[in-house]
Design a protein around this ligand. Structure first.
Ligand code: SF4
Ligand code: FES
Length: 262
């Protein structure tokens, strides 16, 4: 195990001038970051590496991972893109909970103990914090996440009232991070269940008044691996970084299958 411990160091490569960021010096604190490492080219077994880091009070878990990668061990692997909670690429288990690393402030965690960072569960780990998202996106593609309408293309916009738009507003917020699906115990069992995220994205079109393929999507989700496997544990709702009422959306899709009224 290549555990690396370092002496006290500057909190960041970026030197902030006094007063930057609203005035005054930004306080620093020390953390221990433990990352679950896995590299199938080196070993079949995973292990933990840890680093002691000095971080700013405004830093997030993603900043700590960057610091490790840029200053201590460039082989640490994780996905990220926007760094601002938009792209959905850095969902990971932080202290046992699915979260976005870019939205999790270190100061909000218990820094008296090591901060544990692991890959999300239920999807094959490729390297360190990177999982194979293909099974997740396969379910997403199967629910046809795009507008399907009958008849000729209209010559003007497809109109919709504010009330009709409101009906599926919550489920438009999904960023496909997989925090919900990979926190679901049913998904962990065999990975066959469509999972919360696919159902959320089906909901977004099933309840869109401009869409004409709601029945097809309900038929797909009436499958033995569809909505009826949901056990209403609410893990998905708690995990969602966008605050989507995931369990409620799944319940509404179940209800729509029973009544076929969308
Ligand atoms: S519903 Fe929430 S947790 Fe699930 S994929 Fe979408 S944004 Fe992520
Ligand atoms: S890096 Fe884009 S959501 Fe976190």
């Amino acid at each position: 195990m290549s555990t690396e411990t370092v002496e006290k160091e500057p909190a960041s490569k970026i030197e902030l001038a006094p007063g930057v960021g609203g005035g005054g010096e930004i306080p620093t604190f020390d953390i221990t970051l433990k990352v679950r490492r896995y590299n199938p080219e080196v070993s079949d077994d995973a292990h933990w590496d840890e680093w002691k880091l000095t971080m700013y009070g405004t830093d997030r878990v993603l900043d700590a991972l960057h610091k490790v990668k840029w200053e201590h061990d460039g082989s640490v692997s994780f996905r990220r893109s926007c760094a601002h909670g938009v792209c959905g690429s850095d969902a990971m288990r932080i202290n046992g909970r699915n979260r976005l690393a870019c939205k999790t402030l270190l100061k909000d965690l218990d820094t008296s103990k090591p901060i544990l960072v692991e890959p999300i569960k239920g999807l094959p780990v490729e390297k360190d914090l990177i999982v194979d998202m293909e099974p997740f996106f396969q379910s997403y593609r199967e629910i046809m996440p795009f507008l399907i309408s009958k008849g000729h293309e209209p010559s003007a916009e497809r109109l919709q009232s504010a009330e009709e738009r409101e009906r599926y507003d919550d489920t438009t917020k999904c960023i496909l991070c997989a925090a919900c699906t990979s926190s679901c115990p049913v998904f962990w069992t065999d990975g066959q269940y469509f999972g919360p995220a696919a159902i959320v994205n089906a909901h977004r079109f099933i309840f869109d008044s401009r869409d004409d393929a709601g029945d097809m999507r309900l038929e797909i989700l009436n499958d033995k691996e569809g909505v009826w496997r949901c056990r209403t544990t609410f893990n998905c709702t708690e995990a969602c970084p966008r605050g989507i009422q995931v369990t409620k959306a799944i319940s509404e899709v179940k209800q729509a299958i029973l009544t076929r009224s969308v």
